[in-house]
Design a binder for this molecule. Structure first.
Ligand SMILES: [Zn+2]
Length: 326
């Protein structure tokens, strides 16, 4: 099974190349959403530098490698938010620790996890550290949002962008590593690229309930049931209490219509709602491809309006009316 870092071969090769050619920068910024392997890659980076076995990639078994993996290597420091943010005192403490020579090895590594949570004071304090590099020190900053990193720090780092896994990768990961069913993994892997969020979707109550509401609503719309519009207030908004939930609900809807299209095109192996083929086929009988495409446009428009802060009830009710018009 592929681990998160095996899905980032480009970055892995890049790190290998700079270390082999001895062209290490002083600081790197790992940018990417959760679940893309930034922490694993930082660990691997440190192991690659400090592993006591000459072979690469790092052995993972020697004392250095094991201590790095357990986060208790004296020359590999992790800086993490205390509470909501990384604070200036934490940065000062680290700088003090780095004022002395490496304790045991030729390299010292500072890994700043969630670097985008640094307070402005902490970031300014770190800036001096980044500006005046000490030989043998490598700083790895891990962040989801590059815009939250001080531009003066950013400009002194080499940026490495971690791409989220494809739905296919994530689906396989959820099935093989987390024992999720194919039907469940297929849907959540299309709704998020983040492993943690995908796992959360699998167990959180509103998600399963919203899926039920969404599928019922589509059914009612297709049957031209005049009561469909009441489902918004009576069912949808009772389950989807946050704007993000409604956004997810609209995505669920979008994938259902896309599946209707796939069924019509004979591309059943592409569908997201595995196990619902019968229902999809039945619904697809009465729909033209143009109608399906128009419905998808309406759903995308509803998503745009949601992001433009239109009230969810208003945009959902209008969506239902449009879907019924066909
Ligand atoms: Zn090793």
């Amino acid at each position: 099974m592929e681990t998160a870092i095996e899905q980032q071969p480009r970055i892995r090769n890049f790190i290998e190349a700079v270390i082999t050619k001895n062209r290490l920068a002083h600081a790197y910024l790992f940018i990417g959403p959760r679940g893309t392997g930034k922490r694993e890659m930082a660990t691997l980076f440190a192991q690659r530098l400090l592993c006591s076995q000459p072979d690469h990639p790092p052995c993972g078994r020697c004392l250095e490698c094991r201590r790095i993996a357990r986060h208790n290597h004296p020359d590999v420091h992790w800086l993490r938010p205390e509470g909501q943010s990384i604070k200036i005192d934490q940065v000062r403490q680290i700088q003090k620790a780095f004022a002395y020579r490496a304790q045991e090895t030729a390299w010292r590594v500072l890994i700043i996890d969630q670097a985008d949570t640094m307070t402005p004071q902490a970031a300014n304090s770190l800036l001096k550290f980044v500006e005046e590099p000490q030989p043998g020190t490598v700083i790895l900053m891990l962040a989801e949002d590059r815009e939250l990193i001080l531009p003066t720090i950013r400009s002194r780092c080499q940026e490495l962008v971690f791409q989220p896994p494809s739905p296919g990768h994530l689906k396989a990961l959820l099935i093989e590593q987390y024992g999720k069913s194919e039907a469940e993994a297929s849907l959540v892997a299309h709704l998020t690229a983040d492993v943690e969020e995908a796992l959360n979707f699998c167990q959180i109550e509103w998600f399963a309930e919203l899926k039920r509401v969404v599928l019922q609503l589509i059914e009612d719309c297709l049957r031209q049931d005049p009561r469909a519009v009441y489902q918004i207030q009576d069912a949808w908004l009772k389950v989807a209490k946050e704007k993000e939930h409604t956004d997810t609900g609209l995505d669920m809807m979008l994938f259902w219509y896309r599946d209707l299209l796939y069924i019509q095109l004979g591309m059943e192996d592409q569908i997201v709602y595995i196990g619902q083929e019968e229902r999809l086929r039945k619904q697809g009988l009465s729909l033209s491809r143009v109608k399906i495409a128009t419905a998808m446009e309406h759903i995308l428009e509803a998503k745009r309006r949601l992001h433009a802060h239109v009230h969810p009830q208003l945009l959902l009710e209008q969506l239902v009316l449009r879907l019924q018009e066909g």
